[in-house]
Design a protein around this ligand. Structure first.
Ligand SMILES: Cc1cc2nc3c(=O)[nH]c(=O)nc-3n(C[C@H](O)[C@H](O)[C@H](O)COP(=O)(O)OP(=O)(O)OC[C@H]3O[C@@H](n4cnc5c(N)ncnc54)[C@H](O)[C@@H]3O)c2cc1C
Length: 268
């Protein structure tokens, strides 16, 4: 049995969509790529295509990506292609297939906080924020570490515009598989000096998290001994667990290797 929708609505404003969402059994539709895999019944399906949150543009110090932007629109947007030497263009290209990326939305990818997400790990390694209609704006890490705002609508992803060097690494059994572990590292490039390091690790198999200890160590220095210390700190700080595919111990080892590699690439 496929996903069943009892009533479908396409509101024209965010206010109207938010009011409809408060009704019993109401749910937001993103691209429905994941939602349609279930055989649930949605009483009231709210399609956000007409509420004006699909655009990608610049605003003050941020690149703003509307929650209804498709992953492919984001991937090929000039602002994204130019940012950090095409880092996000490259990272998004690993999200399954062209067909999926043409349909899946940024909101539908961030809000569920899936552990397997490559996209979330890649964005978390950048200073970024998410905005919800009622709950307002928060750092992406705050959103990931706290309960998801209930019956609310994600409207935007905001990525701080600054000169950054960044890289995304993952381990998979094959290209069309979910990552068994993934790591993203970035640092602010201040005339060749690398500051404000960010290290995100996902698919542990939990949702991506920052290793704040590793970031602190790298902010002190990024020579061989600091890199080794930071890697060990990440392996100790973050939780790695078993699932039906790999053990937590193996994930921890692989994450360490990916992180060393990623830091070396960022340093160049
Ligand atoms: C076969 C397959 C392979 C995949 N492979 C990868 C991969 O390799 N790497 C990777 O990173 N990801 C992968 N994904 C995940 C994918 O990138 C999308 O994140 C996912 O499919 C959902 O996107 P969607 O826009 O279709 O969301 P939907 O399925 O429409 O919605 C998902 C959830 O988000 C909620 N939602 C959607 N938009 C909003 C909003 N604006 N505000 C509040 N709630 C909202 C919905 O109510 C729903 O609960 C894969 C998914 C599939 C189906």
């Amino acid at each position: 049995m496929p996903l069943k929708i009892l009533e479908y609505v396409r509101p024209k404003t965010l206010e109207e969509a938010y009011e409809l969402l408060q009704k019993d059994g109401a749910e937001i539709l993103g691209g429905t790529t994941y939602a349609r895999l279930s055989n649930r019944t949605i009483k009231l399906a709210i399609d956000l295509q007409d509420v004006g949150i699909s655009d990608i543009y610049e605003e003050d110090d941020y690149i703003v990506v509307g929650a209804m932007a498709r992953l492919a629109n984001m991937q090929f947007h000039d602002l994204i292609m130019e940012y950090a030497n095409g880092y996000l263009y490259d990272a998004i290209s690993y999200v399954w297939s062209v067909q999926l990326r043409n349909i899946a939305t940024v909101g539908g990818t961030i809000v569920p906080k899936w552990g397997f997400s490559d996209f979330i790990t890649a964005v978390l390694a950048l200073p970024s924020e998410v905005e919800f209609y009622k709950a307002g704006r928060m750092k992406l890490e705050e959103f990931l570490e706290n309960p998801t705002p209930k019956k609310d609508i994600m409207t935007k992803l905001l990525i701080k515009k600054e000169s950054r060097k960044a890289t995304f690494k993952f381990m998979r059994n094959s290209v069309y598989d979910f990552s068994i572990v993934n790591v993203a590292v970035s640092a602010k490039d201040e005339n060749g000096k690398l500051t404000d390091w960010r290290v995100a690790v996902g698919a542990r198999p939990g949702v991506a998290a920052l290793s704040r200890k590793a970031m602190e160590i790298l902010n002190d220095g990024y020579d061989e001994s600091h890199i080794e210390e930071a890697t060990e700190a990440m392996q100790e700080e973050l939780n790695f667990a078993d699932d039906f595919r790999w053990s937590g111990e193996y994930r921890r080892e692989v994450a360490g290797a990916l992180m060393r590699n990623a830091i070396s690439e960022v340093i160049g």
